[in-house]
Write a protein that binds this ligand. Structure first.
Ligand SMILES: *Cc1c(COP(=O)(O)O)cnc(C)c1O
Length: 386
């Protein structure tokens, strides 16, 4: 049977070029970057190179603005908690949005228990944050605004440059979770005007368990992990040299392929969305049609359970997801779709298909061939009307 992977927003395959770099720093140049000898020197060089590759992809001026972490979740936590604790004397108010990843929402929730106030601005029916609402939410004691660059569930791209400008005007720090945007969109920290930006390796054909936080020069935050003097005292612990070297290579690859990836995936995405809309009655496209990640297709199918749809697709060799990977274990509807004002029945009927660099038009045509059959089979068994 064909096996087609359409869940790249959950994770991506490691690119062979990345795997071979990781391999080198596991098997040959396995030194500790803090060691004096030649093995340590090789590891130190790997970190410098990776820092330059990450900085290059996001247009950071100085490689020292890159802090390596264990992934997107840690980068979000470090940015938010680090900024909160460093600035707690200035104020205890943070602005975020209802559609953020749980790494952001739950980091904010944890701060609430320490007396910080969190304002979650809403999103519209397409999942977009209104910059004016962010401006209105900023108070005298606001110390941080954190709004994601692109949504992991519905793919909606936020007006981050506009929001960053508002934050800057109010002299408030601005962080963006760019985990889904990096490698698909032009992400330039100077043009965006962000102070902090989160990246994850495994969403861009790099290894799992490694990521980075861009921290603009002069931006002060408090470290959340204490120990040695690694990462300019911002993140203690022996560096994951192999993973970091792999992340660097993944960033270099993303920079080389960015144009191709964008046009390739937009073509596949639109072929899929147009095809589904034509062949399935009662199909709703979630998120914005224009301000959308190139690789994201998210649809709700009236009268069909998303989970049942996933099993049906999986039986045909197609890997997709409903809601986000992190919440599919629970029975709650996606917090993003709920925030967009979607009725629970439709929110529970959502399916996300996310493309990658290796997908083809044949993959799309295969999905279009089997999808309608699964829908009518499920509808014929369902007590729900649509
Ligand atoms: C995947 C993801 C994260 C978490 O990154 P990890 O490296 O898996 O911890 C954070 N934010 C967004 C938008 C994501 O898609």
């Amino acid at each position: 049977m064909r096996r087609i992977y359409l869940d790249h927003s959950a994770t991506t395959p490691v690119h062979p070029r990345v795997a071979s770099v990781v391999n080198r720093y596991m098997l040959a140049d396995y030194g500790n970057a803090s060691s004096v000898h030649s093995f340590g020197e090789a590891a130190r060089k790997a970190l410098i190179r990776a820092r330059e590759q990450v900085a290059g992809l996001i247009g950071a001026e100085d490689r020292e603005e890159i802090i390596f972490t264990s992934g997107g979740t840690e980068s979000d936590n470090l940015a938010i908690k680090g900024a909160a604790w460093y600035n707690r004397k200035k104020g205890k108010h943070i602005v975020t949005s209802a559609g953020e990843h749980h790494a952001v929402l739950h980091a904010c929730k944890a701060l609430k228990r320490h007396g910080f106030r969190i304002t979650e601005v809403g999103v519209d029916s397409e999942g977009r944050v209104d910059p004016d609402e962010v401006a209105d939410a900023i108070e005298d004691d606001t110390i941080l605004v954190t709004i994601m660059m692109a949504n992991n569930e519905v793919g909606t791209v936020q007006p981050v440059a506009e929001i960053a400008e508002i934050a800057r005007r109010h002299e408030v720090l601005f962080h963006t979770d760019a985990v889904q945007a990096v490698g698909q969109l032009d992400v330039n920290v100077s043009e965006l005007g962000v102070d902090m930006l989160s990246i994850s390796g495994h969403k861009i054909y790099g290894p799992k368990g490694v990521g980075a936080l861009y921290l603009r020069k002069g931006t002060r935050i408090r470290s959340q992990q204490h120990g040695g003097h690694h990462e300019r005292n911002m993140r203690a612990g022996t560096e994951n040299v192999a993973g970091i070297a792999g992340l660097g290579e993944a960033c270099a690859l993303a920079e080389e392929e960015l144009k191709f990836r964008r046009s390739h995936m937009i073509r596949l995405r639109d072929r899929l969305l147009d095809g589904l809309q034509e062949s399935i009655e009662g199909l709703h496209i979630n998120g914005s049609r224009d301000e959308r990640l190139p690789n994201n297709a998210n649809v709700s199918i009236a009268g069909v359970e998303g989970e049942a749809m996933l099993l049906g697709l999986n039986a045909e060799g197609i890997a997709a997801s409903s809601g986000s990977a992190c919440t599919s274990e629970t029975l709650e509807a996606s917090h993003v779709l709920s925030a967009m004002g979607m009725k629970p029945e439709l929110a529970h009927a959502s399916v996300r298909l996310t493309f990658g660099r290796e997908n083809t038009e044949e993959d799309v045509d295969y999905v279009l061939q089997v999808f309608p059959g699964i829908v009518s089979r499920l509808r014929s068994m369902s007590p729900l009307d649509y």
